[in-house]
Design a protein around this ligand. Structure first.
Ligand SMILES: Nc1ncnc2c1ncn2[C@@H]1O[C@H](COP(=O)(O)OP(=O)(O)OP(=O)(O)O)[C@@H](O)[C@H]1O
Length: 369
């Protein structure tokens, strides 16, 4: 457990038991027949159409898609920063279009948000930035101090209250953004490309913090990103948007294991190595002689388990070589591909339970090149 997580665990246990119990039931979002059309002097843009989607309480839900797919538009309907043109958004079963001003203020306390560029006030200290939502809400001074200290502790920034944002790293600024969002004790946290401005190492630490917060406080997290690696790192379920429509949705392991839509396949491309170049150069389609070795691709889509002992046994005395491997473990499932070369004379007759798909992609006369 990270230091921040340990702090979080302590503060969650000692400070928020009643709230956490209530939160666990709250935090659902439902989109019904949602559409959004922007109208401007340049004409109309249909940003979203026919979105039907349920986000469950306590899950981390990812919205992914290429630039312009409609991710921000969809996310921003959850706290009514955007109003849909058609359809409804229900938060905990309540149609948020019907909220009056007071209801909207209350909604925005229940639905916190963090941003790509953090949106901190540079002339105010970390403490003042985090305290701002509570000051606006008229919370008493002692209570503000207590809750800001608790929130800073929770994100691993205890002792940084007096610092100005310009003295902080990008990762620390995002931690301030998260503390500011959590200080109102929301049941839903919206993350608008929260790690896009951060380096890879800092991205991982912020994603872990979000996962810790989700697990310890039970709050629902909805995030948008254009990077499948972010989805793989922390999401439970994902929806892929393409031109304002749902391309596909499901558990993360399912979407990674068997992406059906070309948009999903394109988004996954950067995470996949193709056939190793030296092998591609020497691969031929048919067996040319008895010494040729079959190159077998085993695909793991979440059902089968790569059992190397069984694979070796089935290859018999012919020998088996591992040429390349790209297996991820996502939500406890094996997802990815193995490339194996069977010894001379062998063909791929592995039973179905050893991989979700097996195919011979060609033959080589020597695996060593
Ligand atoms: N205020 C606006 N006025 C007019 N068109 C808009 C407005 N906001 C978004 N759009 C258009 O709506 C479509 C969806 O935009 P949106 O920002 O929701 O997509 P996105 O997937 O979040 O994109 P990105 O990853 O580039 O931020 C795009 O064609 C965009 O140009």
């Amino acid at each position: 457990m990270t230091g921040a997580a340990a702090t979080l665990a302590r503060s969650a246990v000692t400070e928020i038991p009643a709230a956490a119990a209530a939160i666990r039931k709250a935090g659902t979002v439902r989109f019904e027949g949602l559409g959004k059309t922007y109208r401007s002097s340049a004409g109309e843009v249909q940003a979203l159409s026919s979105i039907d989607l349920d986000i469950r309480a306590g899950e981390i839900f990812g919205i992914i898609g290429r630039s312009g797919a409609g991710k921000s538009s969809l996310l921003r309907t959850i706290n009514r920063l955007e109003r849909p043109t058609t359809g409804r958004v229900l938060v905990d079963g309540e149609d948020i279009a019907l909220l009056d001003e007071a209801g909207l203020v209350a909604l925005r306390r229940r639905v916190g948000m963090i941003f790509q560029h953090f949106n901190l006030l540079s002339a105010k200290t970390v403490y003042e930035n985090v305290a701002l939502p509570l000051r606006v809400a008229g919370v008493a001074r002692d209570e503000i101090t207590r809750r800001v200290d608790q929130a800073l502790d929770l994100v691993g920034l205890a002792g940084k209250g007096g610092t100005y944002p310009s003295r902080l790293s990008g990762g620390q600024k995002q931690r301030v953004g998260i503390a500011r969002a959590l200080v109102s004790r929301p049941e839903i946290l919206l993350c608008d490309e929260a790690t896009s401005a951060l380096d890879p190492e800092t991205t991982v630490s912020i994603l872990r913090l979000l996962r810790d917060i989700n697990q310890r406080l039970g709050l629902t997290i909805v995030l948008i990103t254009h990077e499948m690696s972010v989805i793989r790192e922390i999401c439970d379920r994902v929806v892929v948007l393409e031109r304002g429509e749902i391309a596909e949705q499901g558990e993360v392991w399912q979407v990674f294991g068997a992406p059906r839509h070309p948009a999903t396949q394109a988004l996954l491309q950067p995470l996949q190595h193709g056939l190793p170049e030296d092998l591609a150069d020497r691969l031929h389609e048919t067996r040319r002689g008895p010494e040729d070795q079959a190159v077998v691709e085993l695909t793991f889509a979440g059902s089968a388990v790569p059992d190397l002992a069984q694979l070796t046994e089935l290859a018999g005395g012919r020998g088996l070589r591992l040429l390349s491997s790209q297996i991820d473990r996502i939500q406890g499932r094996a997802i990815g591909k193995l490339l194996l070369a069977l010894g001379p004379g062998g063909d791929a007759e592995f039973p179905a339970h050893l991989a979700d798909r097996t195919r011979i992609i060609g033959y080589v006369d020597d695996t060593d090149g």
